[in-house]
Design a protein around this ligand. Sequence first.
Ligand code: NDP
Length: 332
Amino acid sequence: GREWHLVSRPQGWPVPGDFALREGPVAAPGEGQILVRNLHLSVDPYMRGRMNDVKSYVPPFQLDEPMTGGAVGIVVASKAEGFAPGDHVLHDLGWREYATPKAKHVTKISAELAPLTTYLGVLGMPGLTAYAGLLEVASMKKGDAVFVSGAAGAVGSEVGQIAKLKGASRVIGSAGSDEKVRVLTEEYGFDAAFNYKSGPVAEQLKEAAPSGIDVYFDNVGGEHLEAAIGRLNVHGRAAICGMIAQYNATEPPAAPRNLAMVIGKRLRLQGLLVMDHQDLMPQFFEEVSGWVRSGELKYRETVVEGVEHTLDAFLGLLKGDNTGKMIVTLAD
Ligand code: NDP
């Protein structure tokens, strides 16, 4: 089976030469393992951080080793109790066609309950990030005005819709194209949205949120975070989830320059890691899958076909080619 390797550490924006698609072994499963044929691979922004050789909450990718990431597949052979050929599973050995995970690191999933790709997106890790970040980390309450950046992406589009469903007084989103802005207001029910590429974020946010905001869900950092700090009301809260504007930067960002406002407004800015909120998974899955089934919560996926295009999908994600979750589907 083919598998992607990182062959050199990117400086700034990753380039195709930093990666190689190589033929790897398809090993028979050992005791306690299963052999999985991957059907859908996830590419996620956090993977950019793993390409750097720095200590972080997830270890860096090793050079000339298969890369890893979320994946959904079908069991081909099993040496583990409770798993049989034909079962669908969610696991962490993505970026490849075949994987041999240990059964204890694998979650069984049901294609009858929800489409398989949703376990990587709206009902998976990004969805839990949105749910836990908004409701636990930012303590969003009924009546709050909520602003989310990266609002047309996997996490952001779910943050905005959950906020509406939980009684936000106003939901504002920013995204990088006019078409994405249209999807937010016309399809996802955002009260206002703007294209951050068409003018200064602070000015556009002021217009969209004349009475300020109570919650900011940050996927972007930099100028967005500065504008949000400027617009947050007294006792406002921000969930700091991601700072994608700086993942490929080679210089530290200039903004936010107004951090001192945190004092006078008694703001709470709190970092968020989805792995801390696994205990919420059952509650999240039940509530959000209900909204998805009833059509109250909408989602999109941008699907790229073929393992050979996994890198294109990842680079496209960093540039905003996706609306909703970016998925790689492996052809049969
Ligand atoms: P998305 O689906 O949102 O895809 C990334 C999006 O980022 C792109 O579509 C693009 O949209 C936007 N983007 C890229 N560059 C910039 C920029 N310079 N300024 C503004 N927007 C930019 O990805 P996810 O939903 O998976 O992740 C969203 C954020 O959440 C990321 O920052 C990620 O790191 C973070 N995250 C954090 C987790 C945690 O545990 N803390 C867990 C999961 C995700 P556009 O066209 O609008 O520019």
